[in-house]
Design a protein. Sequence first.
Length: 174
Amino acid sequence: MTAIAAAAGVVVETVYRIFGSKAGLLAAVIEALLAGGATRAQVPVEERPAIRAIRDGADPRRQVTLYAATQPGIHGRSGPLLRALREAKENDADLAQLWDRLEKRRLDGQGRFVGLLAERGALRSDISMEEARDLVWTLCSLPIHDLLVLERGWTRERYESWLAGAPTRELLGS
């Protein structure tokens, strides 16, 4: 925190007063990375342009494609810090709580996306909302991104294309 305070030109107490703790500071940075910037992070998720476009769309297949298009950017921006958090949470209860909050929020958000598809009658009849949510949560996870992009060398475009196709095949009726 000392280095952060020095870089910001403030005393350490100011950083603690604003963020409360190291976990609080990390949460704010991760939120800014997920949103694509600190200013965008102040806009509720449902009001961000990419999410509004998904929500307002009429074609479920296009909605899945638009949703998939959000993921490479999110992983590219926040991946390094999320990987560090995933490792650090094993030895720090505050960071473990932060990880759990972030994952719950991700699960809830992906559940809302699946709910949108269900409201439009687009989900296959043989899949439950919970199963559909869990599939999207898994497919859109950082570990899946990392396996394909970092380990196997897939391009961002190839990953995005696959990510649009997989939920379409798994979730949508004919």
